[in-house]
Design a protein around this ligand. Structure first.
Ligand SMILES: Cc1ncc(COP(=O)(O)O)c(C=O)c1O
Length: 383
């Protein structure tokens, strides 16, 4: 069949292909939970925390109900609240700043680097100054490892150290990626991730985890996870939440983690093929030296003057889905536009919001299908 004429739909993320590869292993893991009936805090939860610790290199892993809860639990455990400022990139998924606002603290939005999509340290310094000028107490920085690529943690850590702030890495899109040879979560920075199904390591529902090397802090997180419970179950010693990961999701994740390394390799092959096929017609993602990516998204920038909607429609007509992450940066959204931003504004975030578009990306994207996508992108741009 002539590939040029194909219009059958290509999946944006092929969870079904992964399901076929996993075969009966996940069904059997879930059946074991259905047989033992410990749906909350069953043995699979502790087992998952141990295998995640081994995978990441973190000393302590505290699983939880979502990536948003992971962020919120850390901020609650650290006592972040009213009068505090937490620095976040504006070009991110809303949960990053939302978790801050939910504590009563003020998210202060800073700009990102256009090449890596991750926090721009110059803007970060300006954001800290802006927070102080407003009478807020800067408490923390939440870098995001956007689209799967690690942020520049040394540069961010240096600023945090100099300013007396703690760092909470939002690795919701990047679990499995590394920074200077070490996996995210494995070098002492408190790290939160999400196991939402579309994430590089996803479960079959909502889930998340927190990684830390501090055993005492992990205990506080475990207390926050269950309503602030103390050693006496009915004497709650702090405010907390219902933040537990279901045992069934833990069982699913244990099976998925077994193929995750291999999937990361496959995702990188897909990214390399895109870079080779598209690098001379669009701006393809740039990997900073020392950072690897798990390619949660493959996000390109269209040449100036390209109509993004028409481009997306041209691909759609050929069965190729695209997505825009994010058409509005956080500081441009209704719920967040009154929060402060770094002096000088956030021009890079705004430019990215107007010209990025993401292409299908997953570990099961086979070469002929990817060739079809590449041809469609090139065709749409030359039309
Ligand atoms: C950067 C970022 N932070 C936080 C989250 C929140 O994760 P969840 O959807 O599991 O609550 C997401 C998920 O989409 C995300 O992409």
């Amino acid at each position: 069949m002539n590939q040029h004429l194909r219009t059958d739909p290509v999946p944006f993320i092929d969870i079904a292909a992964q399901r076929r590869r996993l075969g009966h292993s996940v069904d059997e893991a879930v059946s074991r939970v259905l047989a033992h009936c410990q749906f909350i805090n069953g043995p699979e939860v502790a087992e998952l925390e141990a295998v995640l610790a081994a995978f990441s290199g973190a000393e302590q892993v505290v699983t939880c109900a979502s990536g948003t809860d992971a962020l919120l639990m850390v901020l609650m455990a650290k006592g972040v609240g009213r009068g505090d400022a937490v620095l976040c990139p504006s070009f991110t998924f809303c949960a990053t700043g939302e978790a801050v606002a939910l504590t009563g603290a003020t998210p202060v939005f800073v700009d990102v680097d256009e090449a890596t999509f991750n926090i721009d340290v110059t803007s970060l310094k300006r954001g800290i100054a802006a927070a102080r000028k407003l009478g807020l107490k800067p408490k923390a920085i939440i870098p995001v490892d956007l689209f799967g690529q690690s942020a520049d943690h040394d540069a961010i850590g240096a600023i945090a150290g100099a300013e007396g702030l703690f760092v909470l890495d939002d690795a919701a899109q990047a679990f499995g990626a590394s920074y200077k040879g070490r996996r995210l979560g494995g070098f002492g920075v408190i790290t939160a991730t999400s196991f939402f199904p579309a994430k590089p390591l996803g479960c079959f529902g909502d889930g998340g985890a927190i990684f830390t090397d501090d055993a005492e802090f992990a205990e506080t997180l475990r207390s926050v996870r269950v309503h602030g419970q103390g050693s006496d179950k009915y004497d709650n010693i702090r405010l907390g939440m219902t933040g537990r990961l279901d045992t069934i999701q833990a069982a699913v994740l244990i099976e998925k983690l077994k193929i995750f390394e291999d999937e990361i390799v496959a995702r990188n092959l897909v990214a390399d093929r895109y870079a080779r096929g598209l690098g001379n017609v669009v701006t393809v993602p740039h990997l900073a030296s020392g950072s690897t990516s798990v390619w949660a998204q493959y996000t390109i920038r269209l040449p100036q003057g390209t109509d993004r909607n028409e481009f997306a429609l041209a691909l759609k007509a050929q069965g190729i889905p695209t997505a825009i992450y994010y058409p509005k940066s956080m500081h441009q959204q209704t719920a967040y536009r009154d929060f402060p931003v770094a002096d000088g504004g956030l021009p890079a975030s705004e430019r990215l919001s107007s010209d990025v578009i993401s292409l299908p990306m997953h570990a099961y994207l086979e070469e002929p299908t990817q060739e079809r996508i590449i041809r469609a992108v090139r065709g749409a741009l030359s039309a």
